[in-house]
Design a protein around this ligand. Structure first.
Ligand SMILES: Nc1ncnc2c1ncn2[C@@H]1O[C@H](COP(=O)(O)OP(=O)(O)O)[C@@H](O)[C@H]1O
Ligand SMILES: [Mg+2]
Length: 279
C-alpha cells in the first residue's frame, strides 16, 4: 500500500476533517417526529473555512448541533477525523446562535471556566493571562467582572467568542456568531476570526453559519447553500478570491457582484419554491 494511503488508513493524517454521509435528523414531538435534515452529504477538509447559509428554519443550527455532538443523526453518519461523533469534545469550540454564558459567572469566570475544562495543566496565572488577552481582543478589557445580565446581547456574544478562541480548539463551530454585534465590532471580529483561523501552526477548520451573504463571501473558502424545500444542500460555491481579502476592494469587482448575485438568487429561489409548496 502506498505510504500516503497507509498513513490515512491508520489515522496518521487526515485531509478530510468532517464528513456527513446521507445524514437525516428529525425532532421528536409528542407522538410525531419532524424531519428537518434529509439526506445531507458534506465533506469538509482540514483547515478549510466553510460557511453554511440558507433561509431561516432550513436546519443550519441543527447541523451545527449534530457536529457539536449535542444531537445525533437518525440516519446516516457523521465522521470527525474518520470516527463517528459520540458527544461533545474539546477539539470542537462552539459559539451558539443564542448566548451560551453561565449567568451566575462574570465574563472573566465564564472564560476561565472554559479553560479549566480543557485540563491542560496550565497554571492559574497562565489561564488568567489568556483570559485577559482574549477579553482585550474582543474589546471587553474593562468588562471582565460584569455578569452576562449586565452586558448587552452583542457584548455577551463577544464573551462567548473570546471563550471559544481562548480554548484554541482545532475546529470552530459558529452559529451566526456576529449577528447581534454592531457593525463596527462585527468587522473587527471578522478580522480577528480570520487571523485566528490562519495564524497557528495549523489552520483551524471552521464551520460558520450566517445569513449574511457578504460575510460568507468575505470569510469562506466554500459556501454551502441549504434549502428549506429539500431539507438538504442546494448548492456549494467555491470562493477563490485571494487572501487576505479587502472588503472594500473586493466589493467593487464584477466577480464579487456575480457571486453575490448567484447566492442571493439561490436563497430567493428557495423562498419562492417554499411559498409555492405552501400555497
Ligand atoms: N427542539 C426542536 N424541536 C422541534 N423542532 C425544532 C427544534 N429546533 C428546531 N426545530 C425546527 O427545525 C427546523 C430547523 O431549525 P434550525 O436548525 O434552528 O434552522 P435554522 O438554524 O436554519 O434557522 C425548523 O423548522 C425549526 O422550527
Ligand atoms: Mg439557526
Amino acid at each position: 500500500m502506498p505510504l500516503l494511503a497507509w498513513m490515512m488508513s491508520k489515522g496518521k493524517i487526515h485531509m478530510e476533517k468532517i464528513k456527513l454521509e446521507t445524514v437525516s435528523f428529525a425532532y421528536q414531538q409528542q407522538n410525531s417526529s419532524i424531519t428537518v435534515i434529509n439526506d445531507v452529504n458534506m465533506s469538509i477538509q482540514e483547515g478549510e473555512f466553510v460557511s453554511i447559509i440558507g433561509p431561516s428554519g432550513c436546519g443550519k443550527s441543527t447541523i451545527l448541533s449534530l457536529l457539536a455532538g449535542l444531537n445525533f443523526p437518525c440516519n446516516g453518519k457523521i465522521l470527525l477525523n474518520g470516527q463517528r461523533i459520540k458527544g461533545t469534545g474539546n477539539e470542537r469550540g462552539v459559539v451558539f446562535q443564542h448566548y451560551s454564558l453561565f449567568p451566575w459567572m462574570s465574563a472573566r469566570k465564564n472564560i476561565l471556566f472554559g479553560l479549566r475544562q480543557l485540563d491542560d495543566r496550565k497554571s492559574p496565572e497562565k489561564r488568567e493571562q489568556i483570559t485577559d488577552h482574549y477579553l482585550a481582543l474582543v474589546g471587553l478589557k474593562d468588562a471582565g467582572d460584569k455578569y452576562p445580565g449586565q452586558l448587552s446581547g452583542g457584548m455577551q456574544q463577544r464573551v462567548a467568542i473570546a471563550r471559544a478562541f481562548a480554548m484554541d480548539a482545532e475546529i470552530l463551530l459558529m452559529d451566526e456568531p456576529f449577528s447581534a454585534v454592531d457593525a463596527k465590532n462585527r468587522t473587527a471580529l471578522q478580522q480577528l476570526l480570520l487571523d485566528l483561523w490562519n495564524n497557528g501552526e495549523k489552520k483551524k477548520t471552521v464551520v460558520f453559519v450566517t445569513h449574511d451573504v457578504d460575510e460568507a463571501i468575505l470569510l469562506s473558502d466554500r459556501i454551502i447553500v441549504m434549502s428549506t424545500c429539500t431539507k438538504g444542500v442546494k448548492d456549494t460555491i467555491r470562493v477563490a478570491f485571494e487572501r487576505p481579502r479587502n472588503r472594500a476592494v473586493l466589493m467593487r469587482t464584477t466577480a464579487y457582484a456575480g457571486m453575490r448575485n448567484t447566492l442571493v438568487n439561490l436563497l430567493f429561489d428557495d423562498l419562492l419554491e417554499e411559498a409555492e409548496i405552501e400555497v
